[in-house]
Design a protein around this ligand. Structure first.
Ligand SMILES: Nc1ncnc2c1ncn2[C@@H]1O[C@H](COP(=O)(O)OP(=O)(O)O)[C@@H](O)[C@H]1O
Ligand SMILES: [Mg+2]
Length: 149
């Protein structure tokens, strides 16, 4: 893991802008892992990344279905590994997600998402105040080595 940068977010709107700014950098095959406690804003951020990828349909939380597929300028997979946390069965690999041909964002993904791709961008979200969040970006693998926003 290589630290990239940390970003202070003060409002929900800033979180959305961050997702919109990140999206144009994402390419087919990319994996982004969102980590952080319940209510951190992982779903909000994933929604804005999807919006930035020009997904027109509504992006809803995938908690209950684990993964949803969308189409924007590229195929977009939004997954939530929360329900796999205490599942005795396999991880996300069992879902046969077409991650090689999509941009994939996984909430609660660490440990699970790593099985999908050994190269990923990790965004760890901490709750600092009611609307304040700190995002810490780090990277694994060659793809993200010199990544900067
Ligand atoms: N700066 C912010 N960024 C994202 N969400 C925020 C922010 N400030 C407040 N919130 C609120 O926090 C909650 C985040 O929910 P959600 O995105 O579902 O979190 P998670 O998926 O991490 O559990 C929402 O109710 C949202 O309105
Ligand atoms: Mg969520």
């Amino acid at each position: 893991m290589k630290p990239i940068q940390s970003v202070e977010i003060s409002t929900e709107e800033q979180m959305q802008l961050f997702g919109l700014k990140l999206a144009p950098h994402l390419k087919i095959g990319d994996l982004v892992i969102l980590e952080g406690p319940l209510g951190a804003g992982k779903t909000r951020l994933a929604q804005s990344i999807g919006k930035g990828l020009l997904v027109k349909s509504e992006i809803t939380s995938p908690t209950f279905v684990i993964a949803k597929n969308y189409l924007g300028r590229v195929p977009f997979i939004h997954a939530d590994a929360y329900r796999l946390l205490d599942s005795p069965s396999g991880g996300l690999q069992d879902l046969d997600l077409d991650t090689e041909n999509s941009v994939t964002v996984v909430e609660w993904g660490k440990n699970f998402a790593e099985q999908l791709n050994d190269q990923y961008l990790l965004i760890s979200i901490s709750i600092v105040g009611e609307n304040k969040r700190e995002l810490v970006l780090s990277s694994a693998g060659e793809r993200w080595k010199s990544f900067n926003l």
